[in-house]
Design a protein around this ligand. Structure first.
Ligand code: NCD
Length: 310
């Protein structure tokens, strides 16, 4: 099988064709099946090294990438609080840092608070660089695991009705996921308070690619007409004015009562971390897919690393 992803950067979801996205998801399924059969570790990346450079907080993304690399037989070097503890604090550019780290590792995973930072770093890197979130820009590997999860939970994507809910303005996961969905024949409802709506440029891009997109402020109605609701956190760290965050806080909550009233069979996803936008009384429902979604991050990132480095 030819692997067109070998040696490539993954900076935005648009860097991958539909076929390449499917190749990652299929590889993730194969790896998961083998692990379910009791294989705990593979040696396909034996001797290779992943460097994780995180200039912004992360639990799931960094640990699942590192876990993925270790399960593939590779090694990991890591700078967790890169803003403080790397040479960024001395004024080094992202491009210079990435160039150097390329001498120490075979693949780099970077998260940074500035949109466009992944492109900046990739300009200096001489090994593949994977964007693990660039400010309000994109989070392409989250989109891959979101697609993988929705397909496992609901079957094929074609025909699916998805509702993306919450802070669609600042949430990078929904920027990547909505773009990924343009490859399928889905109906997308964007449910957000007006001030947190999906950027008009992205909505235009989705429509230009002939995705059926509806915008609404009515979350209950949107849930009633969807198979999946993908809830997001209000991105507090992106608000210039703390008072504005306080005004928006708690403006939407998915709880058990809302699910039972609007759509008892809806699948509830969330990239996590959640604050209060999904009540904990949802966790025990079979609808709650968000912890399974987080688990899926390992298979999908194993798949991506094995294809990009392999
Ligand atoms: C998301 C992120 O960092 O964009 N987290 C994650 O990677 N699962 C979502 C968020 O922080 O709200």
């Amino acid at each position: 099988m030819s692997n067109s992803l070998a040696g490539r950067n993954v900076l935005a979801i648009g860097d991958l064709s539909k076929e390449e996205i499917l190749a990652v998801l299929e590889q993730a399924t194969r790896l998961k099946e083998q692990c379910d059969f009791g294989v705990a570790k593979f040696n396909v990346l034996d001797g290779y090294i992943l460097a994780t450079l995180f200039y912004e907080p992360s639990t799931r993304t960094r640990l699942s990438f590192e876990s993925a690399m270790l399960r593939l037989g590779g090694g990991v070097i890591s700078v967790a609080e890169a803003m403080k503890s790397s040479s960024a604090s001395k004024g080094e550019t992202l491009s210079d840092t990435a160039r150097m780290v390329s001498g120490y590792a075979d693949v780099i995973v970077q998260r940074h608070p500035a949109a466009g930072s992944a492109q900046e770093a990739a300009a200096g890197a001489t090994v593949p660089l994977i964007n693990a979130g660039d400010g309000i820009g994109e989070h392409p590997t989250q989109a891959l695991l979101d697609l993988y999860t929705s397909q496992r939970e609901r079957g094929q994507s074609d025909g699916l009705r998805l509702c993306l809910a919450g802070d669609l303005k600042n949430g990078r996961t929904v920027h990547s996921l909505s773009r990924a969905l343009t490859h399928w024949n889905v109906t997308l409802t964007l449910a957000a308070p007006q001030t947190l709506a999906m950027p008009a440029g992205i909505v235009a891009e989705l429509r230009q690619k002939e995705l059926a997109v509806h915008e609404t402020g009515d979350l209950a109605a949107a849930m009633a007409a969807s198979d999946v609701v993908y809830v997001t956190r209000i991105q507090r760290e992106r608000f210039a004015d703390p008072a504005e965050y306080e005004r928006m806080k708690g403006s939407y909550v998915v709880n058990r009562t809302l699910i039972e009233r609007t759509n008892p069979s809806i699948t509830v996803m969330h990239p996590l971390p959640r604050v209060d936008e999904i009540a904990t009384d949802v966790d025990a429902l079979p609808n709650a897919a968000y912890f399974r979604q987080a688990d899926n991050g390992v298979w999908v990132r194993m798949a991506l690393l094995s294809l990009v480095v392999g």
